[in-house]
Design a protein around this ligand. Structure first.
Ligand code: TLP
Length: 345
């Protein structure tokens, strides 16, 4: 059978045997009572990694963002966020449906950033008529913008304007460590200007489940209540927290390998003709299809055991991760190149 090279997302990684052993050995307790020592340890480690006072372990990145929205703002408030942001594009409208917030979207430039003047203009003056603008949400790395890592200086400038106007800042850092590795700076430097930050253990870090929301002690205390509201209070979650702890101890530095594989993949695809990939700086390759349709190519790739996903009009996405070696990357390119040859012949 052909070995499947699964590039649909970095969420597809399976726990390694070492990670499974750490999970099996985890000490546990009831986390809703605050009794799970492994969850408590993970929350302390996660908070310190991003330079915040406290953290909250949650089942998913979506829930981490939603809990953040519920905690920063009240229904009827307005949140400003990028039009390509994950919260706006891919979280089933939870921001409106569950958090009850108005969304004011700003154009995300190709590098994932927002224009600072446009942002300042979008903040409403407080009048008896207007909804309050309460929150700015940023994303780093930026998924829809090809995994673009965003420099701390840019986040600092936007956050300074937000804070001047009394807004708080939330950072969706689902792939924060990919950004840190790509930019060569500590994650806490990226998160420093933000009031809250999330990151995921279940993407490039390779854990099966889990994300974390970090912020001030007071913010996290209120967030804990909102996690319970959403049904995200878990019990003997130490089994999952152990996987997350293993991931932060062993799988951060190796993200550089995923970035190198993504660059190799993009360079190889660019040579074939029908594809125009981005120049990936992290682990996400977004490919514009110049000839044929995304559906056709995706079907052909799948038949050859290379999985990718459609990614907006005329584009597909491929993501490198822990379960894709450099040999797999070469093999994926070889299979795709055979498909292109057969199509052109
Ligand atoms: N992204 C997933 C899909 O939902 C698209 C992926 O395959 O990339 N923030 C960002 C920036 C994300 O990319 C994701 C997941 C999330 C939040 C949500 O995380 P989960 O899937 O754990 O809810």
């Amino acid at each position: 059978m052909t070995h499947i090279i699964d590039l649909r997302s970095d969420t597809v990684t399976r726990p390694t045997s070492e990670m499974r052993a750490a999970m099996a050995a985890a000490e546990v307790g009831d986390d809703v009572f605050g009794d799970d020592p492994t969850v408590n340890l993970l929350e302390a480690r996660a908070a310190s990694l991003v330079g915040k006072e406290a953290a909250l372990f949650v089942p998913s990145g979506t829930m981490a963002n939603l809990v953040a929205l519920l905690t920063h703002a009240t229904p009827g408030d307005e949140v400003i966020l990028g039009d390509q942001s994950h919260i706006f594009q891919y979280e089933v409208g939870g921001v409106a449906r569950i958090a009850g917030l108005l969304t004011r979207t700003l154009h995300n430039r190709e590098d994932g950033t927002l224009d600072i003047d446009e942002f300042a203009e979008a903040i409403r003056p407080q009048t008896i008529h207007s909804p309050g603008t309460k929150l700015l949400c940023l994303e780093n790395t930026h998924n829809r913008c090809g995994g673009a890592p965003i420099e701390p200086a840019i986040i600092e400038r936007l956050s300074a304007v937000a804070h001047e106007h009394g807004l708080e800042v939330h950072l969706d850092g689902a792939r924060l460590f990919n950004a840190a590795i790509a930019l060569g700076c500590p994650a806490r430097a990226i998160a420093a200007p933000c009031d809250s930050v999330t990151f995921c253990f279940s993407k490039g870090l390779g854990a099966p489940v889990g994300s974390v929301l970090c912020g001030s002690r007071d913010f996290i205390e209120r967030a804990r209540r909102n996690r319970k509201l959403l049904g995200g209070g878990m019990r003997q979650a130490g089994v999952l927290a152990a996987a997350a702890l293993y991931a932060i101890d062993h799988h951060i530095d190796r993200l550089a390998d995923d970035h190198a594989n993504a660059r190799r993949l993009a360079n190889g695809l660019a040579e074939l003709g029908p594809f125009r990939p981005n120049l990936p700086r992290t682990n996400i390759v977004v490919v514009e299809i110049l000839r044929g349709t995304p559906e056709q190519w995706l079907a052909d790739f799948a038949e050859a055991g290379v999985l990718a996903v459609p990614f907006g009009r005329g584009r597909i996405r491929m993501v490198t991760h822990l379960d894709v070696s450099s040999a797999d990357t070469e093999e994926a390119l070889a299979r795709i190149s055979r498909i292109v040859e057969a199509r052109i012949a």
